[in-house]
Design a protein around this ligand. Structure first.
Ligand SMILES: Nc1nc2c(ncn2[C@@H]2O[C@H](COP(=O)(O)OP(=O)(O)OP(=O)(O)O)[C@@H](O)[C@H]2O)c(=O)[nH]1
Ligand SMILES: [Mg+2]
Length: 173
């Protein structure tokens, strides 16, 4: 089971809808207009066929306080950040550090997604990442961490996400 976490509105539901489309049989590269999403209240399960069937469980941002109750059956974590919203940096950082230090996720593979890179932001991605201290986080964490930049809206970076999902299948952690 893969867990998809991140603050409300960062784009988790849109990401899984996009990945589902890319993995479907008619998986055309042309994603088209983004389908509408509603805030996820509770959890949202999506199956994807990537060599074999995998299940991604999105936990709504509003479920933050009880995310940890889902850590038990999770082998890999996707943590999404809104790269166009600097006001969420500190809260997202706390959430990320808390999940990285969770005993149950000690051997999980982790993918950090900086999403919404299609949007203009007065802060550059480099500045965002340095405020996040992403390099320090990666070097201090026990888990293997991969960072990708995505736009669930226009599809940038989504092949990298699929590639990471595939790589986790080879590594039986
Ligand atoms: N411009 C832009 N908008 C995006 C992107 N990804 C998501 N959005 C928009 O952001 C809004 C929130 O997206 P959701 O996917 O519902 O967010 P979520 O993370 O699932 O939120 P919760 O379920 O409340 O935790 C929607 O209007 C999306 O269309 C992106 O990469 N770029
Ligand atoms: Mg959602």
């Amino acid at each position: 089971m893969y867990l998809l976490l991140g603050a409300s509105g960062v784009g988790k539901t849109l990401l899984v809808k996009r990945l589902q489309k890319l993995c479907s049989k008619d998986g055309s590269r042309d994603l088209g207009e983004p389908p509408p999403t509603l805030p996820t209240v509770g959890t949202n399960l999506t199956d994807l066929l990537i060599q074999k069937k995998i299940t991604i469980r999105e936990l709504g941002g509003c479920m933050g306080p009880i995310w940890s109750s889902y850590y038990g059956d999770c082998s890999s974590v996707l943590f999404m950040i809104d790269a166009a919203n600097p006001t969420q940096i500190s809260s997202s950082c706390v959430q990320l550090l808390s999940l990285l230090s969770a005993e149950q996720l000690a051997s999980a593979s982790v993918l950090i997604l900086f999403n919404k890179i299609d949007l203009p932001c007065y802060m550059s991605l480099v500045e965002m990442k340095s405020l996040f201290r992403i390099q320090d986080i990666i070097s201090c964490a026990n888990q293997p961490i991969t960072v990708v930049e995505t736009s669930a809206r226009d599809g940038t970076g989504l092949p990298d996400v699929l590639q990471w999902l595939r790589s986790t299948l080879k590594d039986p952690s």
